[in-house]
Design a protein around this ligand. Structure first.
Ligand code: PMP
Length: 344
């Protein structure tokens, strides 16, 4: 921020320092106080802005990136958008290798942000030279002064949250936070925030959110996982079918799994109760909070922070589309107890 004026030097100045918002209605029947750390307020509409900025600036400090260098990542989601955003301002080329499964709207969005998008066949194995992993690796090897972000296996991912999201939450709650509820995909957010918070107060409980079809919960509990537990699910960005080294399982106390259906309804409920228009995983985090509460994790004195990872605008064709909800069978089932409005 430019000194003594209200003018930001550029959009990157606005990354981080997201608001902490008290939830007043959706959690009213639960004991305790609940606060949303709403990461949709970042300029790229998700918490991935924080890792994009940190990883790129670290590569600059190491002398890898210079004006005109190239940033490479395999993603069509939030990380891709954030990488493209930071690259624009810093004058880097941004190459994103994405799966042909990615919705065309997402690819257009990345192109609109100046990224060069390689669309790679979804049906090939990860070690096939045409896969998006292999294409990204090859482009990295062939491009001088390039950096491959590799967020699932990059320790700088959690470090970004250790440096920013964690201290913000500690300060915003005056150090009174008792529980953190956060999703785990790469594990960067939950690991970095949890490490910082537990260093301030080891009694803070860190409650993770996983999806049915993912192996994180089982791996956390047993150090192993069963291939049979892996199956496709619809929530994007949470859970995993491999173990990311970016995750520090030692700072997570427990994981809870949530369903696609309950999470989708919770996101819609969050919009119409609190006015928070968020992504699918935010719905998952609300659902997990309800489940943790049912299990007795909270009492009247609890101060619970929920990290809501992104904005709802990226989900218009999915959870906020009634036809999509119907196609999934989410409006037909008997489990409509969570819906707060008549949709059909
Ligand atoms: N929610 C959304 C929408 C995401 O894009 C991600 C990132 N994969 C996550 C949650 C999980 O965050 P992390 O990768 O830091 O564990």
């Amino acid at each position: 921020m430019t000194k003594n004026t209200g003018i930001s030097n550029n959009i990157l100045d606005l990354i981080g320092n997201t608001p902490l918002i008290k939830l007043n209605k959706i959690t009213k029947d639960l004991p305790g106080n609940f606060y949303a750390k709403y990461e949709g307020f970042n300029p790229g509409h998700s918490m991935k802005d924080r890792i994009a900025l940190h990883i790129i600036e670290e590569a600059e400090r190491q002398g890898i990136l210079k004006e005109g260098s190239t940033v490479i990542e395999t993603t069509s989601g939030n990380t891709g958008f954030s990488m493209a955003l930071v690259s624009i301002i810093k004058g880097y080329n941004c190459i994103l290798a994405v799966s042909s499964k990615a919705a065309s709207g997402k690819i257009n969005m990345l192109k609109a942000m100046g990224a060069k998008v390689y669309v790679c066949p979804a049906h090939v194995k990860a070690d096939d030279p045409r896969s998006y992993y292999e294409v990204a690796k090859r482009l990295h090897a062939e491009t001088a002064n390039s950096v491959y972000i590799n967020q699932y296996f990059n320790k700088l991912n959690a470090e970004a949250h250790y440096n920013s999201t964690g201290p913000e939450i500690w300060k915003q709650t005056n150090g009174e936070i008792t529980h953190l509820v956060a999703a785990s995909g790469t594990g960067g957010t939950i690991s970095g925030v949890a490490k910082y918070l537990k260093e301030q107060n080891p009694d803070i409980k860190v409650l993770g959110v996983d999806a049915f079809g993912s192996i994180l919960k089982k791996f956390h509990e047993t150090g192993e996982f069963d291939k049979d537990e892996i199956y496709p699910y619809r929530i994007e960005g949470l859970g995993k079918n491999l173990i990311p080294t970016a995750t520090d399982f030692s700072v997570i106390d427990v994981f809870e799994k949530v369903t696609d259906e309950a999470s989708a309804h919770r996101a819609r409920e969050l919009a119409v109760t609190e006015g928070l228009f968020t992504g699918y995983t935010s719905g998952a985090i609300i659902q997990a909070t309800m489940q943790y509460s049912e299990q007795g994790y909270f009492n009247e004195n609890s101060k619970v922070v929920l990290i809501l990872p992104d904005h709802g605008s990226r989900y218009m064709e999915k959870i906020y589309c009634d036809d999509w909800m119907k196609e999934q069978g989410f409006f037909d089932s008997q489990k409509q107890a969570h819906a707060v409005v008549e949709y059909v």
